[in-house]
Design a protein around this ligand. Structure first.
Ligand code: PLP
Length: 435
């Protein structure tokens, strides 16, 4: 494989784009540096870079591309929408249909608002929780990533932990003082936080299955405790389902736990690959949002007609394929088992965090259950694994904290080819002394 064109593009990018990338998660800084593969085109389960190299894609745009790339239905919807104009500054029927589709899938989202990104959705949901409760403190979990608004960058995960920036510069001390961050899956710390600050906590914000320090499932006890304690103290629960909603089943993953949140935030999958975010919940809570109430949120591109068209097409394609989620689950299980066996064959310590169609390799004896455990995985192992896979045509995230996503376009043959590459990569790593 050669990467000459990507290297050339990266040189130019470095001159004019801070760090050469528009999202630090795309940087290869944590995997030895150098030029990331610049992508020229995506089709189904594959990405093609600027040098013409083909990759089986498990990045899936960090979970957004559940149908694979350039799905014909989504492409057609986008083409049709854009010929009618791409933004008007006035409402459209597509927003209404999208809000109805979201409500049908997640009945707790009685009122919804669309934004242009998941970051905006979470940022505003926090404001809604604060406006509704009249309280200021937010409870979140260490290493969780909820976009890049100020409060959620306190002990943040994903790209920020990949680059060792768990506390971003530029977040005012006053903002950080109102954020309580504790370990995920730690019921004791949760009880302590509520018993100390219960009547000041506006909301608990969490991913119902974590996707940003690897795939980590909450224990049932922990999930129930979050809800019980929040209710008991008059705090709201926000489920950040930017990754999880429509990714693991059609709608919220909440049904899986038999619990309900007060507010939900969505993004990624619901935009079919175009910029989107959404937040919503019970009418009573959402009635604080302007022009109904005094919590302000706006946006030139909120509910953008092209994003709505892509999202509607994506949701329709998901509905038309009832076997999809169990297929993703089965392929992910096949991939996880094969990886585990390959690691075992070559004497490499590996465990897999998996929830349905998403998984993450941890170079640890056991999958992590909270961020501090995920942190212990040796970064060098993931960096080497990432490179060896890339050179073998497998695209994954350049970070030990990110997940692999199976899409509707992946086939069993893709998984087999991936497992051959994984076996080869582990053989090489073993020869180099990795254990
Ligand atoms: C759980 C979660 N919340 C929020 C966000 C932010 O979404 P966006 O990147 O669309 O701003 C992300 C993005 O990765 C996410 O994973």
């Amino acid at each position: 494989m050669n990467f000459h064109r990507s290297e050339e593009l990266f040189r130019r990018a470095l001159a004019r784009i801070a760090g050469g990338v528009n999202s630090p998660s795309r940087s290869y800084a944590a995997v030895g540096g150098g030029a990331p593969a610049f992508i020229a085109r995506g089709e189904g389960a594959y990405l093609y870079d600027a040098d013409g190299n083909r990759y089986i894609d498990y990045l899936a745009a960090y979970g957004a591309m559940i149908l694979g790339h350039a799905h014909p239905k989504v492409v057609k919807a986008v083409q049709e929408a854009v010929t009618r104009g791409s933004v008007y500054g006035a409402p459209t029927e597509a927003e209404v249909r999208m809000a109805e589709a979201i409500h049908e899938a997640i009945p707790q989202m009685e009122l919804v608002r669309f934004t242009a990104s998941g970051t905006e959705a979470v940022m505003t949901a926090l404001r809604v929780a604060r406006g509704y409760t009249g309280r200021e403190k937010i409870l979140k979990f260490d290493g969780a990533y909820h976009g890049h608004s100020d409060p959620v960058l306190v002990s943040a995960g994903s790209g920020s932990s990949t680059l060792g920036i768990d506390e971003s510069l530029g977040v005012p001390r006053g903002v950080a003082q109102d954020v309580i961050s504790i370990p995920y899956n730690d019921t004791e710390k949760l009880e302590e936080a509520f018993s100390r600050h219960g009547n000041e906590i506006a909301c608990a914000l969490l991913e119902p299955v974590t996707g940003n320090f690897g795939i980590v499932e909450p224990t049932r006890e922990f999930m129930e405790a979050v809800h019980r304690l929040a209710r008991a103290h008059g705090s709201l629960v926000i489920w950040d389902e930017v990754i999880t909603a429509f990714r693991f089943q059609y709608g919220s993953i909440g049904q899986y736990f038999g619990l309900e949140a007060d507010l939900y935030t969505l993004g990624k999958v619901i935009g079919g690959g175009l910029p989107i975010g959404a937040y919503g919940g019970r009418k009573e809570v959402m009635s604080v949002v302007a022009p109904l109430g005094g919590v302000y949120q706006d946006g030139t591109l909120s509910g953008n007609p092209v994003s709505m068209a892509a999202g509607l097409a994506c949701l329709e394609a998901l509905r038309e394929d009832p076997g999809l989620y169990s297929r993703l689950d089965r392929l992910a299980a096949m991939l996880a088992q094969g990886m585990q066996e390959a690691a075992h064959r070559h004497g490499i310590t590996l465990s897999i965090g998996r929830f349905k169609g998403a998984l993450s390799p941890f170079f640890l004896p056991r999958p992590a259950s909270h961020f501090a455990e995920a942190e212990q995985a040796p970064s060098g192992h993931l960096a080497r694994f990432f490179r060896l896979l890339l050179e073998r045509g497998i695209m994954t995230a350049p970070s030990k904290y990110e997940a692999w996503f199976i899409s509707a376009a992946h086939t069993e043959r893709d998984i087999e080819i991936t497992l051959e590459a994984v076996d080869d990569a582990f053989r090489q790593m073993a020869a180099e002394g990795y254990r």
